[in-house]
Design a protein around this ligand. Structure first.
Ligand SMILES: *Cc1c(COP(=O)(O)O)cnc(C)c1O
Length: 395
C-alpha cells in the first residue's frame, strides 16, 4: 500500500460514517428502495416516500424544527442560492420595493457570487468587514440595516478560520427590524444546537458532507410561520412542495438523515476530543515567535485551526508539508498562489495570507496523527523560517 499523507482537510470533505454508507447501499440495491418517492400509485413509491420523510424527521429533530420546514437540495451551495435568490425574486420582495441585502466579506463563495449577481440586477449589497478574529457581530448588522434592507446573510461558522458567530443575537436584531435572516450552517450543523424553530432565524443552509455524510445533498430550512413563498431555482414536477423540481434522491437524503442522527449520538464526545487536539496544535505552534493563530479562540469550531507564518516562503510551505493533506485557505479558493480573501479581510497581508495553513480535523483523527502532524509542521516551518532569514527575503 502506498503511504498516504495524514488527512487534515475535514473542513473540505469528510470520510463517510459506516452506518450512513450501509443505509445508502441498502437503498441503492435492486431489492432496496429504488422506487421514485413521487410515484403515488404503488408500494415502491410509497416505501421510498416513507424513507424520504423519515430522513426529514431525523434532520429536523437534530436542528430543532418542524420537518415541513426543510426542503431538500443538492448541497449547501444550492441552499444558499435558493435562500438568497429565491427570496430576492419572490413576489413578496418584488412588491415591497426593498432592495438592500447585508452580508459579509468572508462568506462562502456560493453566497458572495449570488450576491454579486443580484448587484448586477440592481440590488444594493453591503458586505460587512469582519473583526480581526473573523467575527461578525449583531451590532455591526444593526448599524448596517436601513429601511431598504430585506435580508441579512451571515454564516454560523467560517470555513477558513473556524470562528463561530452569535447568529441568535444577529437573528434577534433582524427580527426587531423586520428583516429576514439567512445563515449558512454548513460547517456548524450537528456540532452546535441550532433550535431553528425557537430562534429568530428565517432561513438556514444545511449539508451532511462535512459531518460524515455524502456530497451532493443538502437542505434549506425555511421558517414556516413566515409564509415565505420563495421562487424556485429549479422548476419541476411539484416535488418538495413546488420549491425544488427533480426526483428526490432517496439514498442521498436518507444518508443525510442518518449523518445528522449519528452526529447527535457522537458529536459531544468527538467535540471534547477535537477541542483537545486543537489545543495541542495551538500550544505547540505558539511556542514559535513567527506563528500567528487566526480566528476567535473562545468561540470556534472544534474542527479548524488556521495558522499563519511570518517570514517564510509561501511557495515552499505546502510542498514541504508533504506528509500532510491540508489546505492553505479553503477548497474553493485554493489556486494556491491567490491569497485567501477571508484571511485578507481579517487583516493579513498578501504574504501572510499565502503563508497560512488550515488544519482541519474530525472523527477519524487520532492522537498519533496529531502528534506526528505537530512535529512535522514545527520542524518544517523552523527550517523554512531559517532559510528565509538566510536569504534575507524578510518584508
Ligand atoms: C462546504 C461549504 C459549502 C458548500 O457546500 P456544498 O454542499 O458543497 O454545496 C457552503 N458553505 C460553507 C460554509 C461550507 O463550508
Amino acid at each position: 500500500m502506498s503511504h498516504l499523507p495524514i488527512y487534515l482537510d475535514y473542513a473540505a470533505a469528510t470520510p463517510i460514517d459506516e452506518a450512513v454508507l450501509e443505509l445508502m447501499l441498502k437503498i441503492l440495491r435492486q431489492d432496496g428502495l429504488f422506487g421514485n418517492p413521487s410515484a403515488k400509485d404503488h408500494i415502491y413509491g410509497w416505501q421510498a416516500a416513507e424513507v424520504v420523510e423519515e430522513a426529514r424527521e431525523k434532520i429536523a429533530k437534530v436542528v430543532g424544527c418542524s420537518p415541513l420546514a426543510l426542503t431538500y437540495t443538492s448541497g449547501a451551495s444550492e441552499s444558499n442560492n435558493l435562500a438568497i435568490l429565491g427570496l430576492a425574486r419572490s413576489k413578496n420582495i418584488i412588491n415591497s420595493n426593498k432592495r438592500h441585502i447585508i452580508s459579509s466579506q468572508i462568506e462562502h463563495k456560493s453566497v458572495l457570487s449570488a450576491l454579486e449577481y443580484l448587484q448586477e440586477q440592481g440590488f444594493k449589497v453591503t458586505l460587512l468587514k469582519p473583526t480581526s478574529q473573523g467575527e461578525i457581530t449583531a451590532q455591526m448588522v444593526a448599524e448596517a440595516i436601513d429601511d431598504q434592507t430585506f435580508l441579512v446573510s451571515i454564516c454560523h461558522a467560517n470555513s477558513v478560520v473556524g470562528t463561530v458567530n452569535d447568529i441568535f443575537a444577529i437573528a434577534d436584531v433582524c427580527r426587531a427590524n423586520d428583516v429576514y435572516f439567512h445563515t449558512d450552517c454548513a460547517q456548524s450543523a450537528g456540532w452546535f444546537d441550532l433550535n431553528l424553530d425557537k430562534s429568530n432565524i428565517s432561513l438556514a443552509s444545511l449539508t451532511p458532507e462535512k459531518i460524515y455524510g455524502p456530497k451532493g445533498v443538502g437542505a434549506l430550512y425555511i421558517k414556516k410561520e413566515l409564509n415565505l413563498a420563495l421562487t424556485p431555482l429549479i422548476f419541476g414536477g411539484g416535488q418538495e412542495r413546488n420549491l425544488r423540481g427533480g426526483t428526490v434522491a432517496t439514498h442521498q437524503v436518507a444518508a443525510m438523515g442518518e449523518a445528522f442522527y449519528q452526529m447527535e449520538q457522537k458529536a459531544s464526545a468527538d467535540k471534547e476530543r477535537l477541542y483537545n487536539y486543537r489545543k495541542q496544535i495551538i500550544q505547540a505552534l505558539s511556542e514559535l515567535d513567527f506563528v500567528k493563530i487566526n480566528g476567535k479562540q473562545d468561540s470556534c469550531l472544534p474542527t479548524i485551526v488556521s495558522v499563519s507564518f511570518k517570514d517564510i516562503d509561501p511557495l515552499m510551505l505546502l510542498p514541504s508539508l508533504h506528509e500532510l493533506a491540508l489546505s492553505t485557505g479553503s477548497a474553493c479558493s485554493s489556486s494556491n498562489l491567490q491569497p485567501s480573501y477571508v484571511l485578507k479581510a481579517i487583516g493579513l497581508s498578501d504574504k501572510e495570507a499565502r503563508a497560512s495553513i488550515r488544519i482541519s480535523i474530525g472523527r477519524f483523527t487520532t492522537q498519533e496523527q496529531i502528534t506526528k502532524a505537530i512535529e512535522h509542521i514545527k520542524s518544517t516551518v523552523i527550517k523554512l523560517h531559517q532559510a528565509c532569514d538566510m536569504w534575507q527575503v524578510k518584508e
